[in-house]
Design a protein around this ligand. Structure first.
Ligand code: MN
Ligand code: MN
Length: 420
């Protein structure tokens, strides 16, 4: 089977991403991506041009060929795209890292992606033993472990403590204001954090060291019933936040006896251990407060779409969708009513966004599985399937609207297909 020009460019872009991630980017690939002389930009068949169906013209540059290869649906949008659409894509690669001696963190909030009012996200890495300082914040915190293992602690408002370990595919959820910490185990870890407010900033958290640094020493002495001199050695908050530490023992060995007992509610959930919903073109795992009771403000769907598969055309009646792409690549067209639609391409590490009620699909046009998380600021996940709606509506109405042949009407599924 001959590859289309678009497929060649896509596979090249994906190979470039894979090579960069594994650190094996070779000189020739780097050259094709970065150092193309002007003449080559117009003649190299792997350089995409804004030309489709006889429309458009070559782009001699200046241009960023690397970005063009990753955003082919910007360069040559489907002819069905139309109108002005807010930006619905932002890559974590386009935000600055905050580097510390214990790891790093970076965030995509409403500052970077203005449409994303409901949810903001943080990508955080901790070296083995490193500690994300004891802290709290007004937003609830939902997290998905991407790499490695960690130990988390939390305290509920009844004074009951909680310590557990989490690994890849596990979640945690800390309600608004509940104090907590995260510490990497032997292999270190990386996780995605999501907060139920697009304006949240990881720099606005209430830090234990910060409060101590900004409380008069005589008040600290009175509060804890010890001499002021005991607070001479307090570290600067600048040395905390994320800082190196020693790998802790198992939860059973570090748990402190608590007169109020241990929290009866679990703050963690093993999402990848959940039996997936098997759809024709992939799998889904849905987690909200019906399966993970503490998670009352964030619902999530972990989705895997096989090559060629399509998350069927659908929408969400109440909630915006905040996406985080884990593996592979996909494209999504968002329909915004008033004749407006726009198509975006996503790769691992990108954030996508769909405002409530806007129709959308997600298609895997790559050669490897597409895995992504869709998050919603709600206690219960909900969607409407276009084809299922049409299947169970009086056919005269559907045919009156669309003038469809009977074969299409016969093929409509009465159950949600989810991924075809
Ligand atoms: Mn936190
Ligand atoms: Mn959706």
């Amino acid at each position: 089977m001959e590859m289309t020009r678009r497929e060649i460019i896509q596979s090249l872009a994906v190979a470039g991403v894979a090579a960069a991630v594994s650190g094996t980017a070779n000189a020739s690939l780097a050259a094709t991506v970065q150092d193309l002389p002007l003449a080559a930009i117009l003649t190299d068949p792997t350089v995409p041009q804004p030309i489709e169906d006889g429309l458009g013209a070559t782009d001699p540059g200046p241009r960023n060929v690397t970005l063009d290869r990753l955003n082919l649906d910007m360069l040559t949008p489907p002819m069905t795209d139309a109108g002005d659409m807010p930006n619905l894509k932002f890559s974590f690669s386009n935000v600055p890292m905050r580097l510390t001696d214990g790891g790093w963190t970076r965030q995509v909030t409403q500052v970077e992606l203005p449409i994303a009012t409901a949810i903001s996200g943080v990508d955080m890495r901790l070296k083995p033993g490193a500690i994300r300082e004891l802290h709290w914040h007004k937003e609830a915190e939902w997290a998905y472990m991407l790499n490695g293992t960690a130990q988390v602690t939390c305290l509920d408002t009844e004074g009951r403590n909680f310590v557990e370990n989490v690994g890849v595919g596990d979640l945690w959820y800390f309600p608004s204001g509940y104090p907590h910490s995260i510490q990497a185990l032997e292999e270190g870890c990386e996780f995605l954090l999501a907060f139920n407010d697009g304006t949240f900033s990881e720099n606005d958290t209430f830090l234990l060291s910060d409060w101590f640094a900004h409380t008069p020493k005589e008040v600290l002495a009175k509060n804890f019933g010890v001499p002021q001199s005991d607070f001479r050695q307090l570290p600067s908050p600048a040395q905390r936040y994320i800082y190196p530490g020693k790998v802790p023992g198992p939860p059973s060995s570090v748990r402190v006896s608590d007169p109020y007992g241990t929290s009866p509610q679990s703050f963690i959930y093993h999402l990848l251990a959940q039996k997936p919903i098997q759809a024709r073109g992939g799998t889904l795992r849905i987690v909200d407060s019906s399966t993970f009771p503490v998670s009352t403000t964030i619902a999530a769907v972990w989705q895997e779409i096989e090559p060629g598969g399509l998350r069927e055309m659908h929408w969400h009646p109440k909630d915006d969708e905040w996406q985080y792409y884990l593996e592979g690549s996909g494209r999504m067209t968002v329909f915004a009513a008033k004749g407006t639609a726009r198509t975006f391409d996503y790769q691992a590490g990108d954030v996508g966004y769909v405002p409530a009620n806007m129709g959308h699909y997600i298609e895997n046009r790559g050669k490897t599985p597409l895995r992504f998380l869709a998050l919603f600021r709600t206690s219960h996940y909900a969607d409407v399937s276009l084809s299922q709606w049409m299947a169970v509506t009086p056919p005269e109405l559907v045919q009156g609207d669309l003038n469809l042949p009977q074969e299409v009407m016969n093929a409509l599924p009465k159950e949600k297909t989810l991924i075809v």
